[in-house]
Every structure is written in structure tokens, then in C-alpha cells.
Design a protein around this ligand. Structure first.
Ligand SMILES: Nc1ncnc2c1ncn2[C@@H]1O[C@H](COP(=O)(O)OP(=O)(O)OP(=O)(O)O)[C@@H](O)[C@H]1O
Ligand SMILES: [Mg+2]
Length: 324
């Protein structure tokens, strides 16, 4: 079971372009809800002009289209929000500046806005600050409003920028309330009981190499890795006899229909073995499934509710391991 994943407060889904982060984030959220969690599924807005563009992630879980930073309740147990750097920075200033009206005024100052948008670390800080705001929200009885936040990060660069924040910020943060709230957030980010990165990849040589590099970089910043997710693992259509028969045909008659499938499968298995052997975290393998959009998400969620995470092969990973 994936219960150990659902026990965390924040899961950061990361990986190279097109590996399935958004699809996996949506499916993980559905699976967590099926396991009884209340989940906030969050998407990071890439630019300040994106608020009105349609949300891919929102569409996958049936979130009604709205603009702005409001949380939308999508279905029982599942809420959706778009995190924006600007909104996060506004919150940050509101918490930091004594008066709300000053924060609003500060954010309206075009020069300040441009400065905040231009500095990448500050953009990530805005995103992170907004996420922490949701993580810390409580219900009237004091329990977390969103026990689990799943964050779909748009690109590897964002994951690294977020991972680098503690080092960047702590070096410039003053003491007092600002420093305190930032330190609190950073502590959450580095606590393996509370936060975990999910590194998604495809079962091909290059993506696996890049994922191992990402893992090293993220670990250097002491951000815990919850698991690797090997996505779109091809089905194995070959029985041992069938495989031998295809191989004989290929040897005797040259290229054959089964050849590409067989080669792809072999590459995928090699990639899986390399990832399992070198990733300092447990590995979750997710199959290539038919369909697209919300239908695919539903299928993947059903698959995930029955899945287990295989413990890491390396000692490091075993320490951070997700017991199945
Ligand atoms: N397990 C799967 N089986 C079949 N198709 C999948 C699977 N996972 C993802 N896909 C498909 O792969 C494509 C890319 O997925 P997705 O948009 O989630 O990737 P992404 O990593 O979020 O991309 P981007 O970096 O552009 O945000 C989509 O067409 C999606 O339907
Ligand atoms: Mg995406």
C-alpha cells in the first residue's frame, strides 16, 4: 500500500518535461482520497499571466475553471488550487508587514512586483510560501484542513529552485517574525516525515540518468525523496515461449513486428533495474495504461490504490524507505 506516502503533509511531484507529472499528481490525489485522506491538489503557475489560462491538472480532476488563487472543492475529499508566486509573495508581505493595507500597497507597486517576478528564488519562495499557508490551515477543531498537499511542479528547474531555497534564504533571512516563519517552512520541507519529493521518470536510459542526477541534486539540499516513480512501464506481452519464438523469427527473417516491442521492453527493464539499484529511495512502477485525460487518471488511481512501493536497494534509500 502507499499509506506511508499519504502520511506526509506535502508531496512534490517532479521530473523532466512530459514524463507524466501532472497525470500522476492527479492519480495520486485520487488514490489518496480513496484511502481516506483529504487532499489539496496544487498546481504551480508558471508565469504571472497564466492565471486565466486553462489548467491541465484542474481539467484532469474536473475542477471548474476559475481564475485566481481560490481553492476549489472538486469532489468529496479533493480540493484543487493554483499556486501563484505573486499570491504567495503577497501573503508573505502580509505576514511580514504589520498592516495588511501596506502589503496590498506594496504588491501594487509595479517596481516591487517586477523585482519579485525577476528573481527566480523569490518566485519559488512565493510558491512555497503559499503552499505552506495551505499546509498550516486548520479546521475549527485544530486539525489540518488539508492533511495532504500534492504539488505538481512544472519542471525540474522548479524542483531544484525549491530545493535550493533553504540554503538561499537562510543565508539572507534576518531574525524576527520573517526569519521565524521562513525557518518553520524550511524545517517542514526538510522533514522526511512531513515532506517528500516524488521523482517521476520514463523507463528509458536518458530519463533515468537525468532522474538520478536530480536525486543527487535534491539530496544535496537535504530535501527528502519519498519515492521514484517509473511511469509508463510497458506491458510484457511475451510468454517465455513467445519471446523465444519472436527471437527465432527475427534471427531468421530480419525485422519483424515484435522486434520494437521486445527492444522497448528490454530497455525499460534495464532502466528499471538501474533506477532501483541506484536511486536512494523506494521505487514505484506505474504501467503504461490505455486512454487519456480523466479516464486515464481514474485507471491509474485504481492501479495506485492496489500498489506497493518497493523498498530502495541502497542503504540510504532503505533509511528513507516507504514500508509497503
Ligand atoms: N501511465 C501512463 N500511461 C499512459 N499514458 C500516460 C501515462 N502517464 C502519462 N501519460 C500520458 O503522457 C502524456 C504526458 O503526461 P503529463 O502531461 O502528465 O506529463 P507532464 O510531466 O506533466 O508534462 P509537462 O512537463 O509538460 O508538464 C499525456 O498524454 C498523458 O496522458
Ligand atoms: Mg504537467
Amino acid at each position: 500500500m502507499l499509506d506511508a506516502l499519504w502520511e506526509r503533509r506535502a508531496l512534490l511531484v517532479s521530473g523532466k518535461g512530459g514524463v507524466g507529472k501532472t497525470t500522476l499528481a492527479a492519480a495520486l490525489a485520487r488514490a489518496a482520497v480513496a484511502a481516506g485522506k483529504r487532499v489539496l491538489l496544487a498546481e504551480v503557475e508558471v508565469g504571472s499571466d497564466e492565471q486565466d489560462s486553462p489548467s491541465t491538472l484542474g481539467a484532469l480532476v474536473g475542477a471548474p475553471r476559475v481564475s485566481g488563487p481560490q481553492v476549489q472543492d472538486v469532489s468529496p475529499g479533493l480540493s484543487f488550487v493554483r499556486l501563484s508566486a505573486i499570491e504567495g509573495q503577497r501573503l508573505f508581505l502580509r505576514d511580514v508587514l504589520p498592516l495588511r493595507v501596506m502589503a496590498e500597497a506594496a504588491m501594487r507597486t509595479r517596481a516591487l512586483r517586477r523585482f519579485l517576478e525577476a528573481a527566480p528564488a523569490l518566485r519559488e519562495m512565493g510558491v512555497l510560501y503559499q503552499m505552506l499557508h495551505f499546509v498550516h490551515r486548520t479546521r475549527p477543531d485544530g486539525s489540518p484542513l488539508y492533511p495532504l498537499c500534492i504539488l505538481d511542479l512544472p519542471a525540474t528547474g522548479h524542483a531544484l529552485a525549491i530545493a535550493a531555497l533553504p540554503d538561499t534564504l537562510l543565508s539572507v533571512m534576518p531574525g524576527g517574525p520573517v526569519g521565524r516563519s521562513v525557518r518553520e517552512g524550511l524545517a517542514l520541507l526538510r522533514d522526511p516525515r512531513l515532506t517528500g519529493a516524488l521523482l517521476a521518470t520514463l523507463p528509458e536510459p536518458l530519463p533515468v540518468s537525468e532522474t538520478l542526477e536530480l536525486a543527487t541534486a535534491i539530496q544535496r539540499h537535504r530535501i527528502p525523496i519519498a519515492a521514484g516513480v517509473l511511469n509508463r512501464m510497458p506491458d510484457n506481452p511475451f510468454s517465455p515461449d513467445g519471446r523465444a519464438a519472436v527471437k527465432r523469427l527475427l534471427d531468421e527473417h530480419g525485422p519483424h513486428l515484435g522486434q520494437r516491442a521486445m527492444e522497448r521492453l528490454d530497455r525499460a527493464r534495464e532502466a528499471q533495474a538501474r533506477l532501483a539499484g541506484n536511486l536512494p529511495a523506494p521505487l514505484l512502477t506505474v504501467p503504461e495504461l490505455p486512454g487519456s485525460g480523466p479516464e486515464l487518471v481514474e485507471r491509474l488511481a485504481t492501479y495506485l490504490t492496489r500498489s506497493t512501493v518497493h523498498p530502495a536497494a541502497t542503504p540510504q534509500g532503505a533509511r528513507a524507505g516507504v514500508p509497503s
